[in-house]
Design a binder for this molecule. Structure first.
Ligand SMILES: *[C@@H]1O[C@H](CO)[C@@H](O)[C@H](O)[C@H]1NC(C)=O
Ligand SMILES: *[C@@H]1O[C@H](CO)[C@@H](O)[C@H](O)[C@H]1NC(C)=O
Ligand SMILES: *[C@@H]1O[C@H](CO)[C@@H](O)[C@H](O)[C@H]1NC(C)=O
Ligand SMILES: *[C@@H]1O[C@H](CO)[C@@H](O)[C@H](O)[C@H]1NC(C)=O
Ligand SMILES: [Zn+2]
Length: 345
């Protein structure tokens, strides 16, 4: 999808809306974000709708806090959604720890025969480091988890209410959605191939066996998103790492452009640079993370992680005061709009 096409669509909608009073899709999303964002992704307004502050606890695998967060996430999908999401717990034991991945699936109107189903997957890890006492993991990855909760509710509501969109998804045979919260991304002692990414290794194995793996069209991984920028703008980038997902990276960058142009902040806040192709040319795993077992299974990966990492990364300073509310909210909007574009084709 190109920028030209998106603008052309917007123009057609504008003309239609003048003559036929059709709702402009873009405008509708703004309304959604205005209504939800400041309550749900706020660092100051605590309340039952807040999706971010409940993560302000340690979340080591198998701990009571971990169970509490699992319940919080699951309840979001049970009580805040209008559609019926399928809920799966992937429990297992390794290295004397209990781990639990959480998987939430939405199939708009059961559009496909099982074998043809394709999904866009959004993931983050909810566990925190064991070997730093009291480690909260605000950018690593509480903020990313809260963005996924927001994104899922956004998709849920838009898909539920927008009959035009549902028809389009059904007609065009487009995608269902999977939202995955991984446990055990962090090493227990020191990062090695066998002491890290426990949850994603386990789920990938399972999905290779039951063939879910072949249904994943795109795997979008959020990590270390939402921190205050302590580096110069030129050093703060979310790079395009893989050729197979570069077209999705470009689409996300166009959405980011549109958003920042409206805000007049394109020169200060832009983080995606599609023409910065150094990493893309290498086209291999340079940053190990939960995507690796899926990458090895030939799934297309969009790894959204700033590089270099935020300064508080893997230190006790990775607390909620290192988060930037504006940054979190912006990524929530941009990724929500990206998700709608991708699933509706
Ligand atoms: C976890 O919760 C259970 C039940 O509430 C309690 O018995 C146990 O002591 C708690 N464990 C820790 C480590 O706090
Ligand atoms: C969800 O499932 C219930 C029970 O099966 C059903 O009555 C309801 O219509 C479903 N809702 C949607 C939006 O599909
Ligand atoms: C793992 O969970 C099982 C079942 O809930 C429990 O019996 C066991 O003690 C747990 N193991 C650890 C290491 O926490
Ligand atoms: C991934 O692709 C490579 C190269 O085409 C192939 O050798 C490998 O078997 C594939 N792996 C899976 C899990 O499909
Ligand atoms: Zn980490």
């Amino acid at each position: 999808m190109t920028l030209y096409k998106r603008n052309a669509c917007a123009l057609v909608f504008l003309i239609l809306s003048i003559f036929f009073n059709v709702t402009i899709v873009q405008g509708k999303f703004t309304e959604y974000h205005n209504k939800h964002l400041s309550r749900e992704l706020s660092l100051s307004k605590d309340g039952k709708d807040n999706l971010l502050l409940p993560f302000d606890v340690t979340r080591t695998p198998g701990s009571n806090n971990s169970l509490m967060i699992q319940n919080f996430i699951t309840q979001h999908f049970q009580t805040n959604m209008k559609n019926n999401w399928t809920i799966e717990y992937d429990n297992f034991q390794e290295n004397d720890y209990n781990f639990t991945n959480l998987i939430f699936t939405l199939d708009p109107k059961e559009i496909r025969q099982d074998k043809d189903k394709k999904y866009i997957l959004f993931a983050a890890h909810y566990d925190t480091l064991v070997n730093i006492d009291g480690f909260i993991g605000a950018v690593d990855s509480a903020a990313s988890c809260s963005i996924l909760l927001y994104l899922s509710q956004f998709l849920d509501e838009i898909i539920y209410e927008d009959q035009y969109l549902i028809d389009k998804i059904v007609e065009d045979n487009e995608y269902g959605i999977k939202i995955v919260f991984f446990d055990g991304e962090e090493a227990i002692d020191e990062w090695t191939e066998t002491d890290s990414i426990y949850g994603s290794r386990h789920l990938a194995k399972k999905w290779l066996k039951d063939e879910t793996m072949s249904q994943i069209e795109l795997f979008v991984l959020l990590d270390l998103i939402g921190g205050k920028r302590t580096k110069k703008i030129t050093e703060w980038k979310i790079k395009s790492y893989y050729k197979s997902s570069h077209k999705y990276y470009q689409l996300l960058s166009e959405i980011e452009d549109n958003y920042l142009e409206n805000e007049n902040t394109i020169f200060t806040k832009k983080e995606l640079f599609p023409t910065d192709v150094l990493y893309l040319m290498m086209n291999k795993v340079l940053i190990e993370d939960d995507h690796v077992p899926f990458y090895n299974a030939n799934v297309s990966i969009l790894h959204l992680i700033p590089f270099p990492f935020p300064e508080a990364w893997h230190t006790i300073d990775d607390k909620f005061d290192t988060l930037d509310e504006d940054e979190i909210q912006r990524w929530a909007i941009i990724l929500s709009e990206f998700a709608i574009e991708v699933i509706s084709g």
